[in-house]
Design a protein around this ligand. Sequence first.
Ligand code: AMP
Ligand code: ZN
Ligand code: ZN
Length: 413
Amino acid sequence: MIGQKILLKFILLTGLISLMSERKATCSEIYLTQKPHVVILSLDGFRWDYLDLYHTPNLDSIGRVGVKAHSLKPCFPSKTFPNHYSIATGMHPDHHGIVSNSFLDPKLNLKYSLGNRKAVRDARFYQGEPMWVTAEKQDVKSACYFWPGSEAPIKGVYPSMWKKYVHKMPFESRIDSVINWLSLPQQKRPRLLMWYMHEPDLAGHLYGPRSKETRLMVERLDSLVGVFCRKMNKLPIAESVQLIVLSDHGMGAISPQKVVDLSKVLKEEWLEDISGSNPFYMIKPKAEFAEKVYKHLKAEKHIRTFKKNEVPKRLVFGSNDRIYPIVCVADSAWSIYWNKKKYSKGGTHGYDPDNKDMHAIFLAAGNQFKRNYSHPTFSNTEVYNLVMHLLGVKPAENDGNIERVKSILKDTE
Ligand code: AMP
Ligand code: ZN
Ligand code: ZN
């Protein structure tokens, strides 16, 4: 009996001590949370005007309590890997080396493609410095949930936490993992957290940007963003979270009637290699056929063909040795294939970033951002400096300039 009482006292006492130390931890955490946490969610292929076309109350409210850019302009080519890595590095694909979703590195003599697990984990493909590496180098913990590039030890550095890409991972599980990461004790908790959902890109490809399926997907994602925000707002660090929701590019409607089949324009034996996917291709002709290939492509309507050194300056594309000698991109709404049996309908991206349908979203909220503030369109190469500024980390060399987006932040004076 006496033994039981002692045990009970012991349990009560240890309970009290742990409660007190928990409270103590919470108090010191409140102090420490003055340092912002930056959470970036990328919704692949979320076109800028889906916010107007579809019912998106949760995303709208992020823009209302924070900042909404008219649109976020992607880099050329407006494909997934080049643009996620531009967001991460502040550099154009020509400068960070992920020049397309697939390419050949001539020095390594190795091919990169987003579906090649070995390649995406090979740090040698990634030039420039992604934000998680800059952060880690300056003792700011980072975590990436499926961000392109985050599975490779770039400059020898991994994010403190990261996951191998699993396409089928339910969106709800991704939310729970992100919330768990944000719930970690201060010493382990990432202050930079980047995560990814592969929709509404897929729905946009299959059914087109203005389809019922894409609308339903956009609306589902919006409600998932609502679920995430409600969970996040219950966290002790909620006040310090700077939430950015963005996308890598938009989506343009295509039709089987507007197709250029390159296999009808060029002979296979003229080519050493061709890489890319609708509507963007890079072509390496055999040396003896170089002019012939160029002339045939140049004569083709509905596509634009450039020699590597004549790509318009505004596209910032042509200096990297991974870019093949000829670059082809379809005009808006047109498709380019190589000997495809059944032409796709639905949508695609990869077009000139001046095509507004390629533009993405940028929404941000948190105590460092202005409230109810609209900003004109800006390039996704500005995001890197912005995040580095929020984290108090010195940025690496990049193509952005904080002055172009600083006005979305609260005046610190
Ligand atoms: P695309 O529409 O061809 O530019 O690429 C979109 C696709 O990229 C998505 O549907 C995903 O399957 C794929 N993807 C996105 N992130 C990753 C990643 N981190 N690793 C592998 N594949 C990815
Ligand atoms: Zn994408
Ligand atoms: Zn896509």
